[in-house]
Design a protein around this ligand. Structure first.
Ligand code: TYD
Length: 401
């Protein structure tokens, strides 16, 4: 965004000094000084966009060491499978691009000749390239859009889940999409919903990688300049409540604009997503949330309960560093991701252990780092719950469940 827009970003929340969220530390680096940045969130009143104010260069975050894999959870695997099947049937795309194809959780449901992956994290791009899915290990931009259209022609479907919110230059993103998309082609985006984030007090949706948390209002505003428009929106459950935006070129008359769009714009306006005061109120709820979470953890410690963390998410890095929670309050985290295991949570240095099956009886309480997978986790840990084991969640308010 240009300087003019920067001036319109009014800060409403300060989440303190934070390390890079996905940079889990090996033991040998614990004594080294970690780079930290100030995580502040602002509202652009002109474009109605909520974003972090200081951004980190993409190459520092999305590189060959990127640990997050989309296929780690049953919830995400199922969501991608159902949606891939649905859009193949509905739109019958001959050529699809997926921006941010990660480890191929969505891509794999397509015919290898019909889909192109874009994934700048080379470790992940290697996974899908090895399986025979053409994956460009680059960042999405105009040069790449030109290269792809030169090689394959314009495409009739572009899909991107949980990726566009990670890219700072939205004008570049959408002008490149416009370039690669055929006249009657469609773009489908999925990203965490700002409305749900505010309703859930999910301040941990903000970290270095999540530059934006979008609303429909903001997407509509961003698209205007690019002759693109939203023609439908679905609310989905993934990542704590997301929006799925169906977007087309304005010149594309094949699809009419669904009434859902107007309805959801009104819902967002009525909630106050247009107004700075709504964000200030959110910020004061966040401060209360911090105090309450610390209090609950201190009560557990005073009762000598064994408290661990469940799911070393990037989101928990924000919570733990903002609330200054270290291993005095949470002994260690369990996580299924091999690249996180035997490492330490950035900033607060809580160890991460391998999850090797349902929690044992020596654990009393588990702080739900992966709260967005609560249902899946509660099923997996049904014995722990039956035994009287408890979970702590900060969503929508810190409590023991
Ligand atoms: P996720 O919430 O998807 O994202 P982010 O890191 O962007 O906040 O991450 C889920 C993490 O939780 C991931 O590291 C895997 C872990 N996890 C478990 O350890 N066990 C589980 O049962 C599930 C569902 C996730």
């Amino acid at each position: 965004m240009g300087n003019f827009e920067k001036l319109n970003n009014r800060k409403f929340l300060d989440l303190g000094m934070q390390p890079l969220a996905n940079s889990y530390l090996k033991k040998k680096y614990l004594k080294k000084r970690e780079k930290k940045y100030r995580l502040e969130i602002g509202f652009n009143s002109r474009k109605k966009i909520v974003s972090i104010l200081k951004t980190i260069p993409s190459k520092k975050m999305f590189n060959k060491y990127y640990p997050y894999k989309s296929s780690i959870s049953k919830t995400m695997k199922k969501s991608f499978k159902i949606f891939a099947t649905k859009i193949k049937k509905k739109y019958k795309p001959k050529c699809t691009i997926e921006i941010g194809s990660n480890d191929g959780a969505f891509l794999k449901y397509f015919n290898k000749n019909n889909i192109i992956g874009i994934e700048p994290c080379k470790n992940l791009a290697n996974i899908t390239n090895k399986k025979g899915f053409k994956t460009y290990p680059f960042f999405w931009n105009r040069n790449l859009a030109k290269l792809i259209t030169k090689n394959y022609g314009k495409v009739d479907l572009i899909y991107s889940a949980n990726t566009i919110s990670h890219i700072k230059n939205l004008d570049e993103v959408f002008s490149s999409i416009n370039l690669a998309l055929s006249t009657n082609g469609i773009l489908i985006l999925e990203d965490p919903s700002l409305l749900e984030c505010l309703k859930n007090n999910a301040y941990d949706q903000f970290y270095c990688e999540h530059i934006y948390v979008f609303s429909l209002l903001s997407i509509v505003n961003i698209l205007k300049k690019h002759e693109l428009e939203v023609f439908n929106i679905e609310k989905i459950k993934t990542h704590g409540g997301s929006n799925r935006y169906y977007i087309k070129k304005k010149s594309n008359k094949k699809y009419i604009i669904n009434q859902n769009v107007k309805k959801n714009l009104n819902i967002e306006r009525n909630f106050g997503l247009n107004n700075f005061s709504t964000y200030k109120r959110f910020a004061s709820r966040v401060k209360k949330s911090k105090l309450k979470l610390i209090k609950i953890l201190e009560i557990c410690r005073n009762k000598n309960l064994k408290v661990i963390g469940y799911g070393a998410t990037a989101k928990s890095v924000t919570v733990l560093n903002y609330c200054k929670i270290n291993k005095n309050l949470i002994s260690y985290f369990l996580d299924t991701t091999t690249d996180k295991q035997n490492k330490y949570i950035p900033g607060v240095h809580i160890p991460i252990k391998k999850y090797s099956g349902p929690m044992s009886s020596n654990i009393d309480v588990a702080y739900l780092g992966a709260w967005n997978f609560k249902n899946e986790i509660f099923v997996k840990e049904s014995n722990f719950i039956k035994r009287g084991g408890k979970f702590i969640t900060h969503i929508p308010q810190p409590k023991i469940v």
